[in-house]
Design a protein around this ligand. Structure first.
Ligand code: HEM
Length: 537
């Protein structure tokens, strides 16, 4: 912590020895008084009623009664591990961030997750997977809060509650637990056709990864980097697994979900325990920071679009290795807080309207989930560099702040910290991008095309992947009760790929609709197929 701040626990990193309880020879109350017995309550006679005055009993039961905190509203089911990121220096020319300088090693904590299921749901369900990384850099924590699918369901954050309401279990019966086997899911994605691209990735083998170790990760949004010379570029982040990209087939997912609902969690921890540390390369697609923020006709602010790797290759800028399990799952995996707004000097956001809303949402939800605004003091969330934020008080305040003047400038405290100057290369930079326009609730014309990249994805799959895709659409749509919903989704498939539509329609016993948009003329992008995919491809 910074010079003005004293914490009772001191060391910043997760699971530091002093954070481990159950030490010492004697059992005590939480106030340190030694106990004679924790097995029997205080009673009026050995078989008499339990006495209210039993302080230890009440303290023990009360603490237990409050052991649970709310699970995450999305991504509730997850698992995590510690590791290290080593930069290879290739990003130095485009980004001033210290952790990207050649050879710099940075501690990381990664949390993988499913999106929809509850905290106790099975690992191997069909769903998107979260891939969130916290870099404890010397310039502050940087969070890359990504997914294993490079696009998102919606283009604007204001629709996030709607899509989540549609994918979560239906409110009357609270079934199904599965993301996509129900009417509200297909109702939403067929009405909000911007969701079709993400849905196709979900229905593909990417929706059923074999292992967290064998997934790609994507930052999804376009971010803005700034280098030492003040030059900017636009990038998309990619994680490329050294283990290759692999999936389960549908029957395997059924077996593993039944036989071992912790399959992915166990797989990650078994690998780490065996010393087979999983590793990923971090890569960037680098695009010029043009006034229109477009690249080869693709709107870089639209999170439902990829930039094909054939048009802009991924350049590797470092490698992450996960090498340590959490000591305490709750303290680390459940209490870790990621936030796309946790940025470091050299990395900035763009106007992507999904990203902009995320910048608000994560802190907001975490204040509820962790009971107040002081969760950055929890060991797993602490920065590994001095912190001097002048924040005070609030629920669960653990710091004993010194000084009398937590504001700046002041003339009373010795701790009157310096502010970054514009020329200060280690201070955060909000890149001064020009903004103008009338206040409107509209979407740009460049967000209109919802089908051509979905077609690109479908056509890029190998034959066996395409068969899996058709079967997944047929199975999941087959769970719908409403025929009108199935027909509307078939209409979307007709706009994406005629053969796929015909196959799914045949499986459902429904007629094949005519497309309502001209067929997309796309060059298949082999980089999207995952059959036998190793990195570097
Ligand atoms: C978790 C909101 C879009 C990736 C969460 C959480 C919320 C949320 C409220 C729970 C956080 C917590 O309790 O700690 C939103 C909103 C979005 C959005 C409002 C759109 C406006 C996305 C996108 C991605 C993403 C596009 C991927 C690029 C994640 C991940 C987690 C998460 C990986 C889990 C983090 C963890 O493991 O703790 N999101 N999200 N979200 N979100 Fe989003």
């Amino acid at each position: 912590r910074g010079p003005e701040t004293v914490t009772p626990t001191g060391a910043p990193s997760g699971a530091a020895p002093e954070d481990v309880a159950q030490q010492g020879e004697h059992l005590t109350t939480s106030q340190g008084a030694r106990l004679r017995s924790t097995d029997h309550s205080l009673k009026a006679g050995p078989r008499g009623p339990v006495l209210l005055q039993d302080h230890h009993l009440r303290e023990k039961i009360t603490h237990f009664d409050h052991e649970r905190i709310p699970e995450r509203v999305v991504h509730a089911r997850g698992t995590g591990a510690h590791g290290v990121f080593v930069a290879n220096g290739r990003a130095e020319k485009i980004c001033r961030a210290a952790f990207l300088k050649q050879g710099v090693e940075t501690d990381v904590f990664v949390r993988f997750s499913t999106v929809v299921g509850f905290r106790g749901s099975a690992d191997t369900v069909r769903d998107t997977r979260g891939f969130a990384t916290k870099f404890y850099t010397e310039e502050g924590n940087y969070d890359l809060v990504g997914n294993n699918i490079p696009v998102f369901f919606i283009q604007e954050g204001i629709k996030f509650p709607d899509v989540v309401h549609a994918v979560k279990p239906e409110p009357d019966k609270e079934i199904p637990q599965a993301q996509s086997a129900h009417d509200t899911f297909w109702d939403f994605v067929s009405l909000h056709t911007e969701a079709q691209h993400h849905t196709a990735w979900n229905m593909s083998d990417r929706g059923v990864p074999l292992s967290y170790r064998m997934m790609e990760g994507f930052g999804v949004h376009t971010f803005r980097l700034i280098n030492d010379a003040g030059e900017t570029s636009l990038v998309k982040f990619h994680w490329k697994p050294h283990q290759g990209v692999h999936s389960q087939v549908w029957e395997e997912t059924q077996l593993t979900a039944g036989n071992d609902p912790d399959y992915h969690r166990r797989d990650l921890y078994d690998a780490i325990d065996a010393g087979a540390y999983p590793a990923w390369d971090l890569g960037v697609q680098v695009m010029p920071d043009t006034e229109d923020e477009m690249f080869e006709g693709i709107d870089l602010l639209d999170p439902t679009k990829i930039v094909p790797e054939e048009l802009c290759p991924v350049e590797i800028i470092g490698t992450m290795t996960l090498n340590r399990r959490p000591t305490n799952f709750f303290a680390e995996v459940e209490q870790v807080m990621f936030n796309p707004g946790n940025l470091v000097p050299g990395i900035d956001v763009t106007n992507d309207p999904l990203l902009q809303v995320r910048l608000f949402s994560y802190i907001d939800t975490q204040i509820t989930r962790l009971g107040g605004p002081n969760f950055s003091q929890i060991p797993i969330n602490r920065a590994h560099c001095p912190v001097n934020d002048m924040f005070r008080d609030g629920f669960h305040q653990h710091a004993v702040h010194g000084g009398v003047a937590p504001y700046k400038p002041n003339s009373l405290d010795g701790g009157n910290p310096a502010q970054g100057k514009d020329s200060d290369t280690v201070a955060f930079i909000d890149v001064p991008t020009p903004v103008e326009g009338a206040k409107v609730r509209e979407k740009p014309a460049s967000f209109e095309d919802h089908f051509s990249q979905t077609t690109l994805f479908v056509r890029s799959l190998s034959e066996v992947e395409r068969q899996h895709l058709a079967r997944a659409y047929t199975f999941e749509l087959g769970k719908c009760y409403e025929e009108a919903v199935k027909l509307r989704q078939l209409q979307c498939l007709a706009n994406i790929d005629a053969d796929l539509c015909a196959e799914v329609a045949a499986g459902l016993g429904l007629p094949v609709p005519e497309p309502t948009v001209p067929p997309a003329e796309v060059e298949p992008s082999p980089a999207l197929s995952q059959v036998g995919k190793k990195w570097p491809v």
